[in-house]
Design a protein around this ligand. Sequence first.
Ligand code: COA
Ligand code: AMP
Length: 632
Amino acid sequence: MAGTNYRNTYSRSLEQREDFWLEAAAAVAWSAEPSVALDASGAPLYRWFPDGMLNTSYNALDRHVEAGRGDQDALIYDSAMLGTKRSYSYSELTALVARFAGVLRSQGVGRGDRVVIYMPMIPEAAIAMLATARLGAVHSVVFGGFAPKELAARIADAGPAVIVTASGGIEPSRRVEYLPAVDEALALAGVGGLPVIVKDREGFAAGVADYAGWTDWDAAMEHADPAAPVDVAAADPLYILYTSGTTGTPKGVVRDNGGHAVALSWTMKNIYDVGPGDVMWTASDVGWVVGHSYIVYGPLLAGATTVLYEGKPVGTPDAGAFWRVVQDHRVNVLFTAPTALRAIRKADPGAGELARYDTSSLRTLFAAGERLDTETYKWAGEALGVPVVDHWWQTETGWAICANPRGLDDLPFKPGSPTVPMPGFALSVVDGAGAPVDPGEEGNIVLGLPLPPGTLTTLWQNDDRYVSSYLAAFEGSYATGDSGYQDADGYVFVMGRTDDIINVAGHRLSTGAIEQVIASHPAVAECAVIGVADPLKGQRASGYVVLKAGADRDEAELVRELVALVRRDIGPVADFKHATVVQALPKTRSGKILRKTMRQIADGDDYILPSTIEDPDVIGQLLGVLRPGGAA
Ligand code: COA
Ligand code: AMP
């Protein structure tokens, strides 16, 4: 009967937690087997597999070579930007990672040290991550679309021993020069002398030779001695990944080694149904959590082949790019963001491009990063003729909170729902006071503690912020920051964030951070940034600005300056292009800007003015601006 396997597995994960996760831990090669699953002595901070020792890089690489699969493809690099392809077998990738670990070691990197990686989608990005893990060090990958200031904030917080970068990334319209950005970020962070290793690429204005003291990747690799995997405690950090919080300061999500390896191994088999020899392609970027989990670690831990794609869904060269990659590499499982599917559908609604390729290898399409709208869900399912699995997760959780676990069961799909909670996630929907709401009723989605292995263990060197950001609002639970409901069958529907985080083209952004940049403009008295619905990117950031008294500025010119400022201080990834000058912003009597009401008006949703509003007339003045041509 459909669902029995899932239901039994889910309830066992919560009722017999120790047994469940110790059994799952058998999928990992330990240098010291864990004898217990959970250490709750530091609650609400938990440690998984407290007496286990392992090395994640060994589990992702050497282990498969030792098992006789050294000749199998581990990683296929496909660059639609350059028109090139290259495969790395498990043996080759292991040798390169060991060698680059030797390079890092010669730069002084050891267990527990941090390595900041600022790289485009090239194999060296994955090699640098795995090499860091090999030394028991901690990587922090920063997405290439972030500006120097954002990179600097991450460098300052992580305190790395080394930076690894490349000459740049390739966007359809331009080359993105990384080296001047790294140089500026180091200066901003006040760590100008830090060692920098550069993978030189052709076609960029600046190269490693332009920066005195920086190390050339290729030259260093020639002389390096390979480094062996270093055993670490399961609870030792594997990586820090910074993500947007509600303030301008990013949160350094910390992932451990042991829980991560166990959880991802479980997901590969049970959620993605991917095993040794299968090909998984996650069309994301190593700068995001999806890239960490399913471009690099998940497929390699499972002994599968991962595809690392440098390109876009459309325009590189056309809307058939994804289907070409599926055909060329016989991809079995594709994972992408709904925005990419919407971009393809917009360019090729009749899926004519798809018909040009043989995509018969494809078994399943997974989507995450934002809500998968029903239209896109149906279009993709009909065009590809394979199940389309929406699954819901966050940088913090590292793997899906809710999914339709394809390797475990055959659960029916419900459009608009990422299906059901995954093992270990004690999900409930509660009202503002923490009381459970009825099925079908919307509320805050919370997860009972402890969270399962593989989720964040804390924020980097900031336990207090971890507790106050996630654990303080609802006693005994982790607040996901998402609202939604669970229907009578237990299916979860995720409706949107309850905080000031927005999702633009699958990229998570803080409106607070954008507001902070806009407020730094000398003509701006105050501002509000909200995420308004966008048919392609899901949401887009829209700014509403009140000028200082006497600031007589041409609006179009001011908007150009604000757009340039956000691009300079946050980066092109913020995709900030819309700002409007308004007379006043709607506020409560205590001075809180009513962003949610503004967003509801802009999206054409129903809204109720809070009784605490300071001046209801301000909303009246804003109606035409927020909802052009629209009445209340
Ligand atoms: N380095 C530097 N700049 C980058 C970048 C990177 N790695 N990634 C994006 N940018 C730039 C883009 O060039 C663009 O710059 P522009 O303003 O000069 O045009 C800007 O950031 C906005 O990028 P984006 O929002 O991605 O829009 P786009 O028009 O370039 O592409 C999509 C639209 C839908 C094709 C694209 O957003 C996409 O593929 N999204 C999928 C996102 C994803 O995989 N998310 C991971 C979560 S699963
Ligand atoms: P990130 O940390 O960048 O992965 O963003 C996490 C946020 O993206 C979540 O809190 C959700 O708001 C949103 N999100 C991710 N996946 C989904 C999904 N499948 N459905 C709805 N929202 C999603």
